[in-house]
Design a protein around this ligand. Structure first.
Ligand SMILES: NC(=O)c1ccc[n+]([C@@H]2O[C@H](COP(=O)([O-])OP(=O)(O)OC[C@H]3O[C@@H](n4cnc5c(N)ncnc54)[C@H](OP(=O)(O)O)[C@@H]3O)[C@@H](O)[C@H]2O)c1
Length: 239
């Protein structure tokens, strides 16, 4: 599969790095603003990784060059399939993707939405599942996906930062605390993905009656952690 990434910013670079690691044999080129867009005309899949307000201008030069059976996968937030379709020639498939930056570490999470005929979605799934997990969602949920997994790493980093501070307060070095926290979160996430149990059941299994875990959980509840997280993500989805 011949892939061209248009936009050498944060997410374009993360996808290029992820594909280089996951599929070193795939020809992947990344084009910046000043590059000739001719390679996009030879690509099977073009990943459009520009800001939403840059999409129209980028497609004005790209669209006429695209192969008629190629697929354009746009990662631009809030940019609808209908808007993209109007700017593309007939025959070019169009898919929306909402990945996150950990695609570079091959643990990305990408939501995908496509038109009703599903053209191009298989290509997009092949690309993004090489760098983590994918889910197909209805297009109406793509803004929600932006808030859930696109922005999600930022929320996790705030929790990680505070948790590392707790370790430092308790006497660990920054490096040791960072390892304790990041690996613990990785383990908890792996347990959730590997198990059919609800997270509440997994939590109960860790919580000894009258033990220290319940003390910590009570403090989190006093801080309204659940409603704070729900409100934060709903607010991001509406922004
Ligand atoms: N960052 C994330 O975590 C993330 C996650 C999921 C989705 N997204 C989506 O990904 C898109 C890009 O976000 P980003 O964070 O990567 O932004 P970014 O770092 O600003 O990258 C955008 C890049 O596209 C370049 N560009 C603009 N017009 C171009 C053109 N016509 N041809 C080639 N390159 C062009 C920009 O160049 P200049 O600097 O010269 O303008 C810039 O390097 C956004 O629509 C965002 O919604 C981002």
């Amino acid at each position: 599969m011949d892939i061209v990434i248009v936009g050498n910013g944060k997410i374009g670079h993360a996808i290029a790095e992820g594909l280089r690691r996951a599929r070193p044999s795939w020809p992947v080129r990344i084009l910046g603003r000043s590059d000739d867009c001719a390679p996009a005309g030879e690509a099977d899949v073009v990943l459009l990784c520009v800001k939403p307000l840059q999409v129209r201008a980028a497609l004005a030069s790209l669209a006429p060059a695209l192969k008629h059976d190629s697929t354009l996968v746009s990662v631009a937030a809030k940019t609808t399939l209908a808007f993209l379709r109007e700017l593309l020639p007939q025959g070019v498939g169009v898919v929306r993707a909402m990945p996150n930056l950990p695609v570079s570490e091959l643990v990305g999470m990408t939501a995908l939405a496509c038109e009703s005929d599903a053209t191009g979605i298989a290509c997009a799934e092949t690309i993004f599942s090489a760098m983590g997990r994918t889910v197909r969602v209805e297009e109406r949920l793509m803004d929600a996906a932006t808030a859930m997994n696109g922005c999600g790493p930022a929320y996790a980093y705030v929790i990680v930062e505070a948790w590392i501070d707790a370790g430092i307060k308790l006497g660990f070095s920054y490096e040791t605390s960072r390892t304790l926290v990041a690996q613990t979160l990785l383990g908890a996430a792996a347990s959730v993905l590997a198990s059919d149990e609800h997270p509440a059941a997994l939590k109960t299994a860790v919580t000894t009656p009258a033990g220290c875990t319940i003390e910590g959980l009570m403090q989190l509840e006093d801080g309204r952690i659940r409603s704070t997280i729900v409100r934060a993500i709903v607010a991001a989805a509406k922004a």
